[in-house]
Design a binder for this molecule. Structure first.
Ligand code: SF4
Ligand code: SF4
Length: 145
C-alpha cells in the first residue's frame, strides 16, 4: 500500500479527478459468497459500477460523479464519486486496490503498480458472480421506478 499524505495533499487528487482507481475482486471479500453479496450492495449504493475494456473484459471501479446508479458505465474519464474537498471519503481499508497501489511521486510522476490487464484477469475468474450481482442490483433499481 502506498500512502503519502504530503505529496497527495499538495496535488489535491489529480488521479481521482481524472478517473477512479480500479478494484480487485478481493476488495469485496474473501469468498465467492462475500464478493457476490458485497457487489450487490456496492451497485445498489450507486457508488460502484462495472466498466470494460473489450468485449467480456469487465472490471469494477467507483462511479464517476454524475454517473451514479449506472451499473454499467464506460466513461473515458471523470471524477471519482468518493472524492471530496478534503480528499477521499473512503477509509484506506475500503479503497480500491488500484488506489492503494498507486505510488505517489512528486511532479505527477506517480507509478501505478496494478496493471489494468491484471485487474481484468482477476475479474474473469468471477465473471458469473459479477454479472449476476449486476442483474440483481438492476432489479432493485427497476423496483424503484
Ligand atoms: S497519487 Fe499522485 S496524482 Fe494521485 S493525489 Fe497523489 S500525487 Fe496526486
Ligand atoms: S476511491 Fe478515493 S482514492 Fe480512489 S479514486 Fe476515488 S477518491 Fe481517489
Amino acid at each position: 500500500m502506498y500512502i503519502n499524505f504530503e505529496i497527495c495533499s499538495k496535488c489535491k487528487g489529480k488521479c481521482c479527478k481524472n478517473y477512479p482507481g480500479l478494484a480487485l475482486p478481493n476488495d469485496f471479500g474473501n469468498t465467492k459468497e462475500e464478493i457476490y453479496k458485497n457487489l450487490i450492495d456496492a451497485f445498489k449504493s450507486g457508488n460502484w459500477c462495472i466498466d470494460w475494456e473489450k468485449k467480456e473484459e469487465y472490471f469494477v471501479r467507483p462511479s464517476i460523479k454524475g454517473k451514479e446508479f449506472q451499473v454499467f458505465d464506460h466513461s473515458i474519464s471523470g471524477e471519482c464519486t468518493f472524492l471530496t474537498e478534503r480528499g477521499c471519503k473512503l477509509t484506506k481499508e475500503k479503497r480500491p486496490s488500484g488506489c492503494l497501489l498507486l505510488e505517489p511521486k512528486e511532479n505527477e510522476k506517480c507509478v501505478q503498480h496494478l496493471k489494468k490487464q491484471k485487474v481484468i484477469n482477476e475479474w474473469k475468474k468471477f465473471h458469473d458472480i459479477l454479472i449476476n450481482a449486476a442483474v440483481e442490483a438492476e432489479k432493485f433499481e427497476g423496483d424503484k421506478l
